[in-house]
Design a protein around this ligand. Structure first.
Ligand SMILES: Nc1ncnc2c1ncn2[C@@H]1O[C@H](COP(=O)(O)OP(=O)(O)OP(=O)(O)O)[C@@H](O)[C@H]1O
Ligand SMILES: [Mg+2]
Ligand SMILES: [Zn+2]
Length: 493
């Protein structure tokens, strides 16, 4: 004789909410439906829409049970599957044995003939309950003619009929159907709420779990309770009663925050050797390249948000104190935006590139030099500022003769040198560059003719040095020092 062991029940179905109070994160939907049940205002049809796994089907079943519960719709359905306080209607609906609650999968019953069958059935009143309830899941899958065939029935059904439609794709439901339904938009469930539910389940099942690990599961599920339960089950299966972040990282190939902090600190120090070594180490630990790029993008996003005053753990993914202070101090928002740009570009390019790894490495290399990066807007601004300062300086030179410049030479030049000419209005950046190049040539020419015996003919000395040292008194032009500080490196050495 063989004995059968009871089948393992996945957490998602074991913990499917059975009353409105158990439906987490949908307070608006719950309170509105409860109020309408209390006041006896039951609609002909309800349309539940929202992201996957956030409680639409569960809410439809709870509503169906409420409508037929022997205690009355206003009291809500009996809780629990079995027991002294569960009425026979609630029990048979929970078991899927009730003839008064029919759950139809819209994806596989989407033809006009399926709808015709419903239209015929609605003529028969409920057997034991108050209402005959049709739950049509994935309703957006119905064909256009099936929707059309439903219109009349939804608008004027027999008084004992209630339709509950559920869909993840509201935009595919025709407006003619929407306008005949009471619509409820289900929301993504907040990370903290998911974490709390997981904590409770752990306590009930004697599972020891680190808070960080549960938070990670909650965050990964991006607002879907079903996704959270599925990931939770997977982790429980290899955790042997103790859910630990370290073990999750190891088994699922996930990069810990400590690694990301080390990576960004190496980037901040322009330590390319360490940056590439860390990259290799992370990939070697089994992390997929795409996942690495996603995690890095998430990390720099969090730094950007932190820089802008966001401190909520649920948005950042970790507590603010867990992020590297060194990395945070090394960059401002502009550099962090650029880091995100680099990584998002990298992810897009991976699809078309020669090698996914090459794409990653070029992105990593760019990140290692991120603090040297200058945005086009900053460059433009610096050039504008430099231009303004030079114009100011050179117009002074027009009024105050340079002590080194001799009058005879000045009088020979009827036309002012380019660098002395005031900037015209409405100038383009290109014109400005041309003007600056002309100014450089003019200044170099002027400096060689002004005092060729005492000045060295050094091509390496940039324009601004020539202008100061050769044509003018440096003290007359303190602004030039400012120019140097505005445009470091190549433009004004
Ligand atoms: N708001 C919630 N509160 C508690 N548990 C929930 C909630 N939403 C979903 N769940 C859990 O997720 C499982 C799936 O929920 P449900 O079938 O109601 O989602 P759904 O919105 O219909 O998803 P889909 O759009 O994929 O059909 C439930 O069995 C339950 O365990
Ligand atoms: Mg569903
Ligand atoms: Zn009941």
């Amino acid at each position: 004789m063989t004995t059968t062991t009871p089948r393992y029940e996945v957490t998602a179905s074991k913990y499917r909410p059975k009353t409105f109070d158990e439906l987490a994160g949908q307070e608006f939907v719950v309170s509105t439906i409860k109020n309408s049940l209390k006041s006896g205002h039951v609609a002909n049809a309800y349309l539940f829409s929202g992201p996957r796994g956030c409680g639409k089907t569960s809410a439809a079943r709870i509503l169906a049970r409420s409508l037929n519960c022997e205690k009355g719709p206003e009291a809500g359905p009996c809780s629990g599957m079995a027991g002294a306080d569960v009425c026979s209607n609630c029990l048979s609906i929970s078991r899927g044995a009730s003839m008064d609650v029919l759950e139809i999968d819209g994806a596989s019953n989407n033809s006009v003939n399926d709808v015709r069958q419903i239209k015929d059935e609605v003529l028969f009143p409920p057997q034991s309950g108050r209402y005959k309830v049709y739950i049509i899941d994935e309703v957006h899958m119905l064909s256009q003619s099936a929707f059309n065939a439903l219109l009349k029935t939804i608008e004027e059904p027999p008084p004992y009929i209630c339709f509950i439609f559920a869909t993840t794709e509201l935009h595919k439901v025709p407006p003619t159907i929407k306008s005949r339904c009471q619509q409820f938009n289900f929301r993504l469930i907040p990370v903290e709420t998911i974490q709390e539910i997981l904590k409770k389940i752990c306590a009930e099942n004697n599972i020891h779990a680190e808070d960080d690990a549960l938070f990670w599961i909650a965050r990964e599920s991006t607002g879907s309770m079903r996704d959270a339960f599925t990931l939770f089950d997977q982790i429980v299966s290899f955790s042997e009663g103790k859910i630990r972040s370290e073990l999750i990282r190891e088994k699922l190939g996930i990069i810990g925050l400590d690694k990301l902090n080390a990576f960004s600190e190496a980037c901040a120090a322009n330590d390319t050797t360490s940056v590439f070594a860390l990259t290799d180490e992370i990939l070697g630990s089994g992390v997929a390249i795409e996942q690495f790029v996603i995690d890095l993008a998430g990390y720099y996003r969090s730094l950007l948000l932190l820089k802008n005053g966001v401190t909520r753990e649920s948005i950042l993914g970790y507590r603010p104190a867990q992020f590297s202070v060194k990395a945070l101090d090394a960059y401002d928002s502009i550099r962090l935006e650029q880091a995100l740009d680099i990584l998002l570009d990298c992810y897009r390019n991976m699809r078309y590139g020669v090698s996914v790894r090459f794409e990653l490495e070029i992105a990593v290399s760019k990140l290692a030099w991120l603090n040297k990066w200058v945005s086009p807007a900053e460059l433009k601004n610096a050039i504008d500022n430099a231009q303004a300062i030079l114009n100011q300086g050179f117009s002074v030179s027009q009024n105050q003769q340079s002590p080194r410049r001799n009058d005879s030479q000045q009088s020979q030049n009827n036309e002012k040198p380019a660098y002395q000419q005031p900037a015209s209005d409405g100038r383009s950046l290109q014109n400005e560059f041309q003007r600056m190049i002309a100014a450089k040539d003019a200044a170099t020419a002027a400096s060689t003719t002004a005092d060729s015996s005492t000045e060295t003919d050094d091509d390496d000395v940039p324009l601004w040095n020539n202008a100061v040292n050769k044509n003018t008194d440096a003290e007359t032009y303190p602004q030039v020092e400012q120019v140097r500080s505005i445009i470091p490196g190549t433009i004004v050495p």
